[in-house]
Design a protein around this ligand. Sequence first.
Ligand SMILES: [Zn+2]
Length: 447
Amino acid sequence: MKLRTVGACGTVTGSCHLLEQDGFRMLLDCGAYQGEMEEENSAAFPFDAAQLDAVLLSHAHLDHCGRIPLLYARGYEGRVYSTAATLKLVKPILEDALKLMKEEAKRARRKGLPAEPPQWGEEELRRLTERGKPIPYYAPRKIGPFRVTFKNAGHLPGSAFIEVQAAGKSLVFSGDLGNRRKETLPDPDYPRVADLVLSESTYGDRPHRPFQETLVEFAEVLAETLDRGGKVIIPSFALERAQEILFYIRRFEAEGRIPVAPVFVDSPLTTRVSEIYSQIQDFFSNEVRSLYRRGIDPFAPQKLRYTRSVDESKRLNELSGAAIIIAGSGMLSGGRILHHLRHHLPQKRNALIFVGYQPRGGLGRRIISGEREVRIMGHQVAVRASVYTLGGFSGHAGRDELLDWLSAEGRVVLVHGEDEARDSLARNLRARGARVSIARLGQVFAV
Ligand SMILES: [Zn+2]
């Protein structure tokens, strides 16, 4: 097998790798770049999309699936293999991405800036739906000269790491490995011993904070704020994090640890993802499945409401009394969360809880660093609400979990991590006698 690492080298977005055997070309993920490297998304692929024979997709996050429609726009005609849950979830994720690209192009045109229209559209999404082929976990499948097995990665519902065998050799592609402390998802499986493991390294230099502490703090902040009649504002990613937050709010209510208050999910994408959750119940932990079996929606606190229209969203600004509002975008880069921050940050009785990563230089970081006044949608907004950062909700394996998952491996190629994270993980693995490479863009590895 010949492996070429053509994405996510020295960064955590743009996952994409090419495997070749006997002239058969198979892609592992084809994700979008996010943040600083976004303009790479419209660049030429370092391979001919029309000459590809198959695409395997590890999970539904945009940085792993976001450029698959572009493959179709550039001549790919083959299948996309993934789990049934992933194939369901990629649909709203990619539709939302397309909507944002169109809005961005419109904004640029209005400002008189050069605006490139999106390079793919509904037609390519339709092709992906048509050509998507579900593969169950643990069921080996022959794809060209490869024998491919998907196993549970515990990172999202339906997320997988992928074992590939050909010509007597084997490779494991980690995709994104989940955090073992997630209670909504099954723990990641371990890979079989392989000739080469292509592994993510997002948290390669950091162990996670103890999760129980995070949960205790979360329940305390919710109880205190709701008891004093305040609003709790939670910016969240639409896929997995928002539902996980709802899972704990429901549990805290059931345990009597917090008062029952209205919970608003104000994010159209989160709403669509939540609708899919009940259709993919097999992909969750035993606890979640058992709640579903007993007729309880594990992701529905007692007074849950999904807002539909923009008007309904705006009416939340006038809402009196205690409530929890979950809205996107999770990184405060746009979306309905900005309205809520503008209206609720100035009141002392409210609380803002960060449950996800905030990028350097962004609004979230400025609020966390203690700025007393921030600019939101052209307004100066005083920050008087209490601000909390709960670091324990990460969806990725921490350093120690990565080392544990890679414990049997002799040859490891590291991708999907900043360089500090990859260097640190590489040092730890080498100390154990593993042969480790820190992949460069376009580098070729023989398996
Ligand atoms: Zn991911």
